[in-house]
Ligand binder design. Structure first.
Ligand SMILES: [Ca+2]
Length: 450
């Protein structure tokens, strides 16, 4: 059995090797995989993470499975989605920020959908593909490994009410009363129903709860024309609707008798927008920032009969890790000659200790850091004590360093030296680190789109 036993950098040049799933329950043989990716949804959004909002369905999913406390996305859509799909750090793929999604082509990158397709899975996609590119026709979808899709097309129109949707290359007829998240949900359930007798992979990047924050069908206001008013209420409404749709999806999988055969994984693509709290304390930073709140996202795994119910894990997970995890769960072959950064957490899903990471790596544009349990080191050589994360980070000045902080600096510097993000990809050179305040302003501006 091959597991990801080496530190995250793995060169697979010696030919295809299977990620063999460990023998287990009968339903484990080729389980279905449902990968739900919410938009702009950090830990403050989820009740069971101590967030501000009531999310009974997500809480139930976590109570029946594993809640990972420390999952790190990139701070914006584009890089995060590239990490999910390709299992490679963005300095390798070139998807450094939201503007670089088109650098990743099916000819250059192997997506997890393609890996699972080659392992015998039916593959479908429902939701948002931005800020990646080249997924508007069935041929383009197939090049990424997807058999079918329903895509919200940002460039063609609205996200929520009367949305611009592309179903397998054809525009979807909509009316003023069509609500995009409902249509994406219906396609997702329909895909599952049609493929319930074979292994399937559903990638379901929801359009909720990215702005514009509008009334949902459940809002008392009821109509998009009344969007002005109390944005905070609409925000809560959007969280509630996201939670409801996840509950409906899980219920549909239940009704089809597929829960024991299906790994359901829920996460968010970057931190929440604005100021939010966890356990009543303000989280440090938000979407678009390299602070903890930019990247700390919920990660809930539920596979009935396999994941230990009610487990809470502090294992570090970074967004490249879905690739190896799904491949291992599916018993899929690794792509040839591809440098992956992905570390499988599939053993943890089965209740085993596994091989948790010692560190995660987060990058946005020309800024990045490596972080372990307690410490964080960025590209400027600044070391932070993260004991009070996600509420604060404490910079350690050089003259205040202890033996422990020096050891941490040395360890994390070795990680950054080995990864060498500054070398970029050869095609998209990161700019030299500049004024962090200026970068934060630019990131906030970019964040409106991701
Ligand atoms: Ca996002």
């Amino acid at each position: 059995m091959k597991t990801w036993s080496v530190p995250a950098l793995v060169l697979l040049a010696a030919g295809p090797a299977p990620w063999a799933a460990a023998p287990g329950a009968a339903g484990e043989a080729k389980p279905n995989i449902v990968f739900i990716l919410a938009d702009d949804y950090g830990i403050p959004g989820v009740g069971c993470y101590g967030g501000e909002f009531k999310t009974p369905n997500l809480d139930a999913l976590a109570a029946g499975g594993i809640r990972f406390e420390r999952c790190f996305a990139a701070p914006l859509c584009g890089p995060s989605r590239a990490l999910c799909m390709f299992g490679r750090y963005v300095f390798r793929t070139g998807v450094l920020t939201n503007e670089h999604g088109a650098v990743a082509t099916p000819a250059r990158e192997v997506s997890i959908a393609k890996v699972l397709k080659q392992a015998g899975y039916a593959t479908g996609f429902s939701g948002k593909w931005n800020q990646l590119a080249y997924l508007s026709t069935p041929a383009e979808a197939a090049a990424w490994g997807f058999d079918e899709f329903l895509r919200w097309e940002r460039d063609r129109g609205e996200r929520y009410w009367k949305p611009a949707l592309n179903k397998n290359g054809q525009p979807v007829p909509v009316t003023d009363k069509s609500y995009g998240p409902d249509l994406l949900h219906e396609f997702a359930v329909d895909f599952i129903r049609r493929h319930r007798h074979e292994p399937f992979f559903l990638y379901y990047p929801m359009t909720l709860i990215h702005g514009p924050i509008l009334p949902t069908p459940d809002s008392p206001e009821g109509a998009p024309s009344k969007a002005k008013g109390n944005p905070r209420q609409f925000y809560a409404d959007n969280v509630a609707y996201l939670d409801k749709l996840v509950g409906k999806l899980v219920a549909a999988i239940d009704e089809m008798g597929l829960r024991e055969k299906t790994l359901i994984l829920f996460t968010g693509d970057n931190g929440s927008v604005g100021n939010h709290t966890v356990h009543g304390r303000l989280v440090d930073g938000a979407k678009g920032s390299l602070l903890e709140g930019g990247s700390r996202v919920p990660l809930i795994a539920n596979w009935k009969g396999v994941t230990p119910a009610g487990r809470v894990l502090n294992d570090l997970v970074d967004f490249s890790d879905f690739f190896a995890t799904f491949a291992e769960v599916a018993g899929a072959k690794a792509p040839e000659g591809v440098t992956l950064d992905s570390r499988s957490f599939a053993p943890q899903l089965r209740g085993e200790k596994g091989n948790p990471r010692d560190w995660v790596f987060v990058q946005l544009g020309a800024h990045w850091y490596a972080r372990n349990d307690r410490w964080k080191l960025n590209e400027r050589g600044e070391l932070f004590d993260m004991t009070d994360a996600p509420f604060a980070q404490k910079v350690i000045s050089r003259d205040a360093e202890t033996a422990e902080s020096k050891a941490a600096r040395s360890e994390l510097q070795a990680v950054l030296d080995k990864l060498n993000p500054a070398a970029g990809t050869g095609e998209v050179k990161p700019k030299r680190p500049g004024d962090p305040k200026k970068a934060a302003r630019k990131n906030r501006k970019t964040a409106n789109e991701g």
